[in-house]
Design a protein around this ligand. Structure first.
Ligand code: HEM
Length: 485
């Protein structure tokens, strides 16, 4: 490369360090990368086989995610790691396969049926969740709210996808609990492949982590294929039965009714939605509660907005209040929307998102990247850059998202990258906001949240999603003007 540079052919981004530095800084990886991003908008880390280019420059981000989108894909490497769990689902594929799934799925996500059906489910689940929180509040017990959100969001997305209540929140469905554990284990074991250079050998011989993965995949597949075939049978037995009408609102039924019926195709599509929709939403809303505990004035302001918008001076029951959190009311909750967005700016559920460069290229900043290089945009580092957000970039300040009329104002998706941007922008963004807003509105109408230990701070655990390490221990206190029955 030096030789090429001398010949005036190419200029490469400055070297920030090596992948070895990433390993040394593993527990604070995203902060290490933020420090580097503060020095260079785009930099390279040297690895044994290729460069890894990390950018926080909105112009480069726009280029890789939109302008030259076709040149930055998942690539064969990611596909080979993810395919046993996620098959040919939307997360693993590029090109025509991706385009076809994107078309089908974005149509599904934009339908009124899915919107109404999912809102009903979010309300049902937050009522269940609020009852659990209420019991903890009455007995003044601390609770791990991140764990509760993980269960609640899995229950939501599973019911939207398959029309079946796993009920991991209350633990009434034994099969559901088995599936949920297998799914978490399979996700962790699949991620392990990114650091275990021997995984392919272990897979061939069926040993170690790969033997475990195979076992968990069997549990997942048995459960999912059973659901698909029983639903398919029912729909064929009585296609016009009006009592099945409600069941036809879930994604699986809609696919069976209108489109593809290959069980493997359905399995892949739906498991990709589940993996996309569960941890991202649960971790975001957990960091949100953490921020509200750290900023009690913001918590009061959010709670006041919820009370004013729903006009709920005297409410008798949780379910009655949940029913009043209508689509129209949610749209009026600008400050809640801003506080959630501010949480995502500082604690994005996907902190780094890597693509593979498919052919040699030059970025808008004039620097080159090579075929095979990994190129990543960094939502976590970008959220903390002063050159993007100003001197208070590291402060939690929902007001930065509110305009002079008190309305939420968007920012460019190439600066606020928590949902990615361009043709592959997150398909579930609106779905995720709706669930987070319904959950927050009901919980914050009934409770004040405080950290279990005053002054407690939490850290993230370095993995694909930004989980709070060890969970989030909080106490809930009933708001004095509400009965949570
Ligand atoms: C706060 C919550 C969420 C955040 C921050 C988030 C963020 C993201 C990000 C960064 C990507 C790009 C990942 C990649 O490069 O492959 C993505 C893709 C995607 N998300 Fe989300 N997501 C959230 C919730 C959801 C939910 C609830 C769903 C569905 C129920 C969903 C469905 C998808 C799908 C299907 C894609 C793949 C899009 C494609 O490749 O064309 N997401 N999301």
């Amino acid at each position: 490369r030096k030789l090429q540079q001398k010949q005036g052919k190419k200029t490469y981004h400055p070297i920030g360090g090596t992948v070895f530095h990433q390993l040394v800084n593993f527990n604070r990886l995203h902060d290490y990368m933020t420090d580097l991003a503060g020095k260079h908008k785009t930099y390279r880390l040297i690895g044994p086989f290729r460069s890894e280019v990390y950018t926080s420059d909105p112009a480069n981000v726009e280029y890789m995610l939109k302008t030259n989108f076709e040149n930055y894909g998942k690539g064969w490497y990611n596909y080979s790691i993810l395919k046993d769990l996620l098959g040919d689902g939307i997360f693993t594929v590029d090109g025509e396969k991706w385009r076809e799934q994107r078309k089908v799925s974005s149509y599904e996500f934009s339908t009124r049926v899915l919107r109404d059906f999912s809102s009903v489910i979010f309300r049902d689940n937050v009522v269940k969740l609020t009852r659990i929180v209420s019991e903890a509040a009455i007995s003044n017990e601390p609770m791990d709210i991140q764990d509760l959100f993980m269960k609640a969001t899995l229950d939501s997305i599973f019911r939207v996808a398959f029309g079946v209540d796993l009920d991991t929140m209350c633990g009434s469905n034994e099969e559901g609990a088995k599936f949920s554990n297998a799914f978490d284990d399979a996700s962790a074991l699949t991620l392990w492949r990114y650091v275990d250079i021997l995984w392919k050998i272990k897979r061939t011989f069926g040993i170690g982590s790969e033997a475990k993965l195979k076992k968990t995949l069997r549990v997942i597949d048995e459960f999912v294929y059973k659901l698909i075939s029983s639903k398919s049978e029912k729909m064929h037995e009585s296609p016009d039965d009006s009592t099945l009408q409600l069941k036809k609102e879930d994604i699986l039924s809609r696919f069976l009714q209108f489109q593809e019926t290959d069980p493997k195709y359905l399995r892949d599509i739906i498991l990709n939605f589940i993996i996309a929709g569960k941890d991202t939403t649960a971790t975001t809303i957990s960091w949100f509660i953490y921020m509200l505990c750290k900023h009690p004035l913001v918590q009061d302001k959010v709670a006041k907005e919820i009370k004013d918008v729903t006009d709920s001076k005297e409410v008798v029951s949780i379910s009655e209040f949940a029913a009043s959190v209508s689509e129209e009311n949610l749209e009026k909750m600008h400050y809640l929307h801003a506080a959630l967005t501010e949480t995502l700016r500082l604690y994005p559920a996907v902190p780094v998102d890597a693509k593979v460069c498919l052919s040699d290229d030059t970025m808008p900043d004039g620097y080159s990247v090579n075929k095979g290089d990994m190129v990543a945009y960094q939502p976590y580092a970008m959220g903390r850059m002063r050159f993007i957000w100003g001197d208070d970039a590291e402060d939690f300040r929902p007001e930065r998202w509110i305009d002079e009329n008190g309305c939420f104002q968007q920012e460019s998706p190439y600066k606020f990258t928590a949902f990615q941007a361009g043709p592959r922008i997150c398909l579930g963004k609106e779905f995720a906001y709706r669930q987070m807003k319904i959950f927050s509105a009901v919980l914050l109408r009934f409770f004040v949240f405080k950290l279990s230990h005053e002054g407690q701070t939490v850290k993230y655990r370095t993995m694909i999603n930004l989980h709070i390490d060890g969970g989030l221990s909080v106490r809930a206190f009933h708001r004095s003007d509400m009965k949570s029955t």
